[in-house]
Design a binder for this molecule. Sequence first.
Ligand code: FE2
Length: 368
Amino acid sequence: MSSTTIQTQTEPASATLKLRSSTDGKQEKDLAEYRYSHLLPVFSQDQYPPLTPFDHNDPGHRALSHPNPRSFLDNATKITELTPNLGTEVHGVNLRALGSDARDQLALEVARRGLVVFRDQQEFIDAGPDFYREWGSHFGRLHIHPTSGHPQGYPEIHLVYRDANSSFNFEIEDSITSTVWHSDVSYELQPPGLTTFFLLSQPSTGGDTLFTSQVSSLNKLSPQFVAFLKTLKAVHSGVEQANFSRSGKRGGIVRREPVEHDHPLVRKHPVTGEEALYVNRQFTRRILGLKREESETLLRFLYDHIDKGGDVQARVHWTPNTVVLWDNRVTAHSAIVDYGESKERRHGARITPQAERPIPALEGLELS
Ligand SMILES: [Fe+2]
């Protein structure tokens, strides 16, 4: 039986994935011919110091004063709202060609719609990792993930990868579902804002991504309850993710020591002013100031509320050359691992600019 090994030392990307056995010549050949083999994950042993605070100037702000902040969509051939309150799908706009002004508009549009799906983006995807970094840097300081694989020499590009022999996604094997709602790396002091993600290779069916609007999730709750939630803060932790990696299930590296930070349960978007629920099952651990049972009960209720929110969710199907952008501050998402039996490759890249420290919806709420 053949199997894939992932190197934990820095070495040429072409050597990243190796098949131990030669019994499956087809797989070996497929890998050698894979169009994006230079973007396969490596798990370097590089160590990084703690992140330091920085001032985030959101590009969406600049678009607010634009006379037509949707003019970057003027050449679109088709624009479809995926759901009334979350998600837009765009055809006919080449993201690769967007200049600074258009990128600012894009940031505002994604903030307002939560999720924007762009089809037919081969030029963007084929522009390569130097371009990915330049693209993401327009929107904020690029985050380097503490435990993920990345293309050789490009630690800012977070990769997800699964094929017939390997997976490096955060998955709970003994769970009845692969659905884990989360907002990316919410344990950081300044979690990501506008996030870009695309697949370099996708299964022929399955592997969609679920999104939910945390603005709509909040709006479903009664005003009195929301008023209470606004007074609360919760701890978000990267410890379990690091431990999962240290256990050898996710590439086996922890390049920056895990952190925990306190964030408001309800945050305010710096550009749109919209308020959003900001808890997630993957990283939120406890509510500060409440007794343990109170915290557990309240978080369980909120996670259950998010789980059941089919009426505020959207689902992205990854046709080839799709690039998706979401605002990590006002949405949550989950992978769907329903294609495992097909043994097909799913290889994705994420560009993850950090944004501001979450702004409490309740003015004056003190954060430690
Ligand atoms: Fe994610």
